[in-house]
Design a protein around this ligand. Structure first.
Ligand SMILES: *Cc1c(COP(=O)(O)O)cnc(C)c1O
Length: 386
């Protein structure tokens, strides 16, 4: 048996081989919808680019490799990847999901799939006991996002996986925030890993894409069937961009984590700060689980300044100069956002405040710039507080 390569090597070589035509080291962008056949059915492995495309195929093999999976599937967006997972289910089935999750995921569940007769239960999964009490014989899927967005709660993937296996329920983990550099959910017992590849995998804020990775061949077949039948595939150019991004994932993540730690500690020591959310703090409610399942703590941080209201939070994100005020995360450039009015605006106020997404909350995606410039930028923006 071939010795498995380490993660930092897999990001570059995992599932990759020089292109068959001319030995190109990077897979060419096969910008084609179809492939010539010599006789009906006589082709070289690809017929039509919805069903399969060599550039996408290279990305899919890379995705499988970095997540320690067997099969990768690349989609037009993270939500398209999630959409394919939910289509494994049938009307009447129940899904248990993290309660503080990406706003677009919540919207997809509630506004698109509930009308088709699926039932979603949103549970605070910090305590896995609450999941068990929500399980019925109709529960077919558990959806976990960890660390959660934007509250940075950490969910014990291994504990949820044991529960899911006991009740024969599929477990899917949205690994967008952590990336496989930090945690590999399949190794912790998950059945499906999902990514918004738009974020850290792509890493350069220049592409929208999504991914699924699984080990079970039947599950892979069913998901591939849906990918091809529904058609939300990742295009050749976008596949190339994500694959290119993945090659530097480990180097970027290392810096995201270093800068994240530095900025989290700076914010926490700031006299104007009420609360900083970051899983690396020893007094984070699930720090022990975080230490166990994560290799590092990432570059996503949320904070609430003391006595701040909606207007204060907006003023801070508007005053930042190195941080860009924008949706999204995971790119080389630092971004700041106001979840209540941006990423989480699609969640009703009452619902979002229950999970801590208050009007004063600010979320940072710490990039890979010089941390000193980022800290100076935060310093001047926080000085705008009264
Ligand atoms: C962005 C994001 C998504 C949705 O992905 P898109 O690529 O925007 O469709 C899902 N989950 C998380 C955690 C995200 O950050």
């Amino acid at each position: 048996m071939k010795k498995p390569l380490r993660f930092n090597t897999n990001t570059i070589h995992g599932g990759q081989e020089p292109d068959k035509a001319y030995g190109a080291v990077m897979p060419p962008i096969y910008q084609t919808s179809t492939f010539a056949q010599t006789t009906p059915g006589g082709h070289k492995g690809f017929e039509y680019s919805r069903s399969g495309n060599p550039t996408r195929h290279a990305l899919e093999k890379g995705l499988a490799s970095i997540e320690n999976g067997t099969y990768g599937l690349a989609f037009a967006s993270g939500l398209a990847a999630m959409d394919a997972v939910i289509k494994l289910l049938s009307p009447g089935d129940e899904i248990i999901s993290t309660n503080d999750l990406y706003g677009g995921s919540y919207r997809l569940f509630r506004k698109v799939f509930e009308p088709f007769g699926l039932h979603f239960h949103f549970v605070d999964m910090k305590d896995t006991g609450r999941i068990e009490s929500a399980i019925s014989e109709k529960t077919k899927l558990i959806w976990v996002e960890t660390p959660t967005n934007p509250m940075m709660n950490v969910i014990d993937i291994r504990a949820v996986a044991e529960l899911a296996q006991k009740h024969k329920i599929l477990l899917a983990v949205d690994n967008t925030f952590a990336t496989p550099y930090i945690q590999q959910p399949l190794d912790l017992g998950a059945d499906i890993v999902m990514h918004s590849a738009t974020k850290y995998l792509g890493g350069h804020s220049d592409v929208v894409a999504g991914a699924l990775v699984v080990r079970d061949p039947d599950l892979a077949d069913r998901l591939y069937f849906i990918q091809n039948a529904s058609g939300a595939v990742c295009g050749p150019m976008d596949s190339y961009l994500v694959l290119r991004g993945i090659k530097t994932l480990h180097v970027r993540m290392q810096r995201h984590c270093e800068n994240g730690a530095e900025i989290a500690r700076y914010l926490r020591s700031h006299p104007a700060m009420e609360k900083v959310y970051w899983p690396g703090f020893e007094d984070h409610p699930n720090h022990e689980v975080a230490k166990e399942q994560m290799n590092d703590f990432g570059g996503m941080i949320s904070f609430v300044p003391k006595g701040a209201n909606y207007a204060d939070a907006v003023r801070i994100v508007e005053s930042l100069k190195v941080f860009t005020l924008a949706e999204s995360l995971g790119g080389v450039e630092s971004l700041a956002g106001h979840p209540a009015s941006m990423t989480h605006a699609s969640i009703p106020k009452e619902e979002r405040e229950k999970s801590g997404v208050t009007d004063a909350l600010v979320r940072l995606s710490v990039g890979i710039e010089d941390a000193r410039d980022l800290i100076e930028d935060l310093e001047q923006a926080l000085s705008s507080l009264g």
